[in-house]
Ligand binder design. Structure first.
Ligand code: CDP
Length: 229
């Protein structure tokens, strides 16, 4: 069976990472969360005084980008992918609402995207990977053999994110999350560099009314269809 690159793109909180992780595990591929990389850069900005009120100190960030080293590692117990920022496990911190509020602004900066895309391409060199994000099928791997574009209604997505934050012990506010989901959609779709859009050759998956099991079965089918020679 040939090894391929699988690109999963779509709107925020539509379950891309859950689906990408499950698919990678099922077929023995490596999983990469490109959004976690932008989140780690946003966290770095917050921690290093690169945010002034609502403004990002872009020149400061440009000068320090070389100091930001983002890697992934498997959790020894759960085997889930963990994001490391300069060697520190930041998996929990990068999912906070504070980071979510900032991340799309950071991800709209061209010099940040250039650097992240370069790192992402290196991760996919050997193929046999699943990567999720916003521009994986359009910019990072335009030649990916299997591209999926996922969507669901904003309300369904906000509810999913609410449940996720609640399950990890946070005290989320549904309306705040819905607002954040819609605002990130807007920024992601209207930014100049690599805006969020479906690649022409991507398969569209609206999972608003799909169970995890139905989704997994659908993905497996697509995987088989795209790896059989
Ligand atoms: O988990 P969720 O879908 O809510 O977001 P994420 O995948 O963690 O990505 C966080 C943010 O990073 C997105 O809202 C985008 O602004 C940005 N992003 C991007 O611009 N390009 C990517 N390939 C991945 C994420």
């Amino acid at each position: 069976m040939k090894k391929i690159v699988i690109a999963i793109d779509g709107f925020s909180s539509c379950g891309k990472s859950t689906m990408a992780k499950a698919l990678a595990r099922n077929v023995g591929y490596l999983y990469f969360d490109s959004g976690a990389m932008y989140r780690a850069v946003a966290l770095y900005c917050l921690r290093n005084g690169l945010i002034n009120g609502e403004q990002i100190d872009t020149e400061g960030l440009r000068a320090q980008l070389g100091n930001i080293n983002i890697t992934f590692e498997a959790d020894p117990v759960t085997k889930n992918s963990i994001t490391l920022l300069n060697g520190e496990n930041v998996e929990h911190e990068i999912r906070s609402l504070e980071v979510s509020r900032l991340v799309s602004h950071v991800a709209a900066l061209d010099f940040v995207r250039t650097e992240m895309v370069e790192q992402q391409r290196r991760m996919g060199k050997q193929k046999g990977i699943v990567m999720d994000g916003r521009d994986i099928g359009t910019t990072v791997f335009p030649d990916a053999e299997l591209k999926i574009f996922v969507t669901a209604s904003a309300e369904v997505r906000a509810q999913r994110r609410y449940d996720e934050l609640k399950a990890r012990g946070d005290n989320p506010d549904y309306n705040e999350i819905l607002e954040n989901v819609m605002e990130r959609d807007r920024i992601d779709q209207t930014r100049e560099v690599s805006p969020l859009k479906k690649a022409d050759d991507a398969l569209l998956l609206d999972n608003s009314n799909m169970t995890h099991a139905q989704q997994e079965a659908w993905l497996k089918e697509q995987f088989i269809a795209h790896t059989e020679c």
